[in-house]
Design a protein around this ligand. Structure first.
Ligand code: EPS
Length: 388
């Protein structure tokens, strides 16, 4: 089974991920992981930290001569900013006096629930790990997962559909290459230039007033076979697993699959994707893809389409009312260096999180210890479906 854990604090020395269950024989290019790490760092509205970091992966296990061995793959990304935090983030008890404790929890952040739950006196002990800096490790893992999916023709891409109140138009019939081209050239990862200009103005306005912005991102995956995930058990359903993984992202508040919440208002006759059969191609077809490529907890073979809504970042430069956890006196939330808007980065993060869940379902379905074994199982299955 493909699984991973991450470790590391936002201003600690490194972020680490251990990925277990990667079959042997996959060619892994660290350059492609670095590309996704760089994509995560971009986007109009990021704060000062991104000028300091230059996220690069160091792979210290599981790979030999460019290929996976079947053993755990360890991915490490250095926090360059640690240089300025060595004393304040030290593991040595003698350095305790070097740090001024953070005592004013930010509404919306993990700060208050975290100190109460873990019985901590310094909010930094919570915020360091709650920080979305952790997604650096998840992007590295997902970028590795993309290299497990790519040989089987599966492509995954995330882009932004709205930031704050501004919605960007997403053309219906747009291929993967064009989606990629348009979103990559946009400073906020949208497909529509007019919306981009309005979003940039909105980010500038929020920066001026010390405010922050959320948004919605969409992830599409092309090239999936029918039947990833399963209807037979709750924790094997692909849509449930995708939703769980996406909601585990910092600031994520909602997930939609396909038409999503809008489906609730439609009649069944208007929503469901009618079935046809293409004799020449020997495959079942659909008149539409409102399901978002997922029925009964399984992939349908149509493009997968999921959306995630993120709330605005909870660190406000013009902070909200709060209470000092030491004195219980009225206060305002602490100010930490942060971003005005991280939604363009969230699109890359959601993309890589989806890629991991798909790779997990793929390895589960076509299971094997090596790439060649998976390829045999995969080809055999495609033939079974074609001859059905
Ligand atoms: C970061 C994400 C955000 C940034 C962080 C780097 O983290 P958080 O969820 O804590 O707001 O603000 O930068 C800093 C913590 C900093 O000191 O500038 C990321 O994605 O790398």
């Amino acid at each position: 089974m493909l699984r991973f854990l991450t470790a590391g604090e936002s201003h600690g020395p490194e972020l680490v991920a251990i990925v277990e269950g990667v079959p042997a024989g996959f060619e892994i290019d660290p350059g492609q992981i670095n590309e996704d790490l760089a994509r995560r760092q971009k986007g109009y509205g990021r704060g000062g930290r991104m000028a300091i970091e230059r996220d690069q992966v160091r792979i210290v296990s599981g790979l030999r001569f460019g290929r996976t061995l079947g053993s755990p793959v360890t991915l490490i990304v250095e926090n360059k900013d640690f240089k300025s935090w060595q004393k304040r983030m030290s593991i040595d008890p003698r350095d305790r006096g070097e740090a001024v404790p953070v005592t004013r929890p930010r509404p919306g952040h993990a700060d208050l629930a975290g100190v109460l739950k873990y019985n901590l006196e310094d909010i930094r002990d919570v915020l360091e790990r709650a920080s979305a800096r952790e997604t650096t490790a998840r992007v590295a893992v997902g970028a590795l997962a993309k290299q497990i999916l790519a040989p089987f023709g599966v492509e995954v891409l995330g882009y932004v559909v709205s930031i704050g109140p501004i919605e960007s138009r997403t053309p219906d019939d747009i291929g993967m290459a064009e989606l990629r081209r348009l979103s990559e050239q946009s400073q906020v990862r949208v497909l529509d230039g007019e919306a981009e200009r309005a979003i940039i103005a909105e980010i500038d306005a929020c920066k001026k007033t010390g405010d922050t912005l959320g948004g919605v991102v969409e992830v599409v995956a092309h090239g999936l076979p029918v039947g990833l995930g399963s209807h037979v058990q709750w924790d094997r359903k692909l849509d449930g697993r995708l939703a769980g993984a996406l909601l585990s992202l910092q600031a994520a508040k909602g997930v939609e699959v396909g038409v999503g919440f809008r489906a609730a208002a439609l009649r069944g006759s208007a929503l469901h994707d009618e079935i046809g059969y293409d004799q020449a191609a020997r495959r079942f077809t659909r008149s539409s893809n409102n399901s978002g490529g997922s029925e009964g907890g399984m992939s349908t073979g149509e493009p997968l389409r999921v959306r995630v809504a993120f709330k605005p970042i909870s660190t406000l430069m013009r902070p909200l009312r709060s209470v000092d956890i030491r004195t219980k006196a009225e206060a305002t939330g602490a100010i930490e260096r942060s971003d005005v808007c991280a939604i363009p980065a969230a699109a890359v993060i959601a993309e890589t999180v989806v890629a991991f869940e798909l790779a997990r379902a793929f390895v589960e379905k076509f299971g094997g210890d090596s790439r060649s074994e998976i390829a045999r199982n995969y080809q055999g299955y495609l033939e079974q479906v074609r001859n059905f």
